[in-house]
Design a protein around this ligand. Structure first.
Ligand SMILES: [Zn+2]
Length: 280
């Protein structure tokens, strides 16, 4: 069934970080939930505002509800990186169970003020909120946020942000960048440990998970990371598969046959990543 992020955190405490997978088109969706079903784990499906507009908020929500019921999987539908409070309200109204307000480009004071507004609105409707302090570098929706090395979350900013906004989850910058798949991130584990020790009631979120080695990922999860975003790897793998199958297609080849290998690859990634996020 559809659950809030807070509920998934509570039910999985001590067991795992929950994988949050970016869906880009409806075709990917059944494969994602089938992967979660096969491993018997909950899943977070997240969309950018662009994907939500492309598929349609209502169609996304009803598709996920149908699949969650059919497969008996716990799902959280989450809006990723959204800077527009009106769009977040639209998502909540449509049935999203979690939203991320990204005020990381604003001053800390403005970010806190806006995030608190979103938390008050969302939590009253049993919808969870993720916030972000500091900037996680790399490309978002094809727009380069920062080409510099990752910027690290300042602990004192994070503590104040959590205290004053009451967010359920917090994206922290510990060395990962968005869109990274050619090289591996250098994680600041000491920072993660410090943040984790001082914010026991908020679920920390790792963005840019594709660039993290398996070994480092296990360590991040053991140090308290509760939600791990996987986006780039899904997009990249889907393109690799359809490039291969479409190159061999004729106008009479069934589209279904051309998309199936890509869908299967998505399922495999969900299984592989979700298994990696289990606490040993
Ligand atoms: Zn992100």
């Amino acid at each position: 069934m559809l659950k809030s992020l807070k509920q998934l955190f509570e039910e999985n405490e001590g067991k795992r970080a929950i994988g949050s997978f970016n869906v880009h088109c409806l075709e990917m969706l059944p494969a994602m939930l089938e992967g979660a079903k096969e491993l018997n784990v909950p899943i977070i499906i997240q969309t950018s505002p662009g994907t939500a507009a492309y598929i349609g908020f209502d169609l996304l929500v009803s598709s996920i509800e149908t699949l969650a019921e059919r497969l008996d999987v716990d799902v959280c539908l989450h809006m990723d990186h959204c800077k527009d409070i009106e769009v977040l309200k639209e998502a909540i109204h449509a049935g999203y169970s979690s939203v991320m307000y990204d005020g990381s480009s604003l001053s800390l004071d403005e970010n806190i003020q806006n995030t608190r507004t979103v938390v008050e609105y969302a939590n009253a409707k049993n919808v969870s909120v993720e916030g972000e302090v500091g900037t996680i570098g790399g490309a978002e929706e094809g727009v380069v946020v920062s080409e510099d090395e990752a910027i690290y979350t300042k602990p004192e900013d994070a503590y104040r942000f959590v205290r004053e906004t009451g967010v359920n989850a917090l994206a922290v910058a510990i060395g990962t960048t968005h869109g990274q798949y050619k090289s591996k991130a250098k994680i600041n584990f000491a920072l993660l440990e410090e943040l984790s020790a001082n914010m026991p009631d908020v679920g920390m979120v790792l963005h840019g998970g594709t660039g993290v080695s398996d070994e480092d990922m296990r360590r991040c999860v053991s140090l308290g990371m509760k939600k791990v975003n996987v986006g780039t790897e899904l997009n990249k793998s889907y393109i690799e598969e359809v490039n291969r199958t479409f190159a061999e297609a004729t106008p009479l080849t069934s589209l279904r046959k051309l998309l199936l290998p890509a869908n299967n690859r998505i399922k495999d990634i969900v299984i592989e990543k979700s298994a990696l996020f289990q606490l040993m």
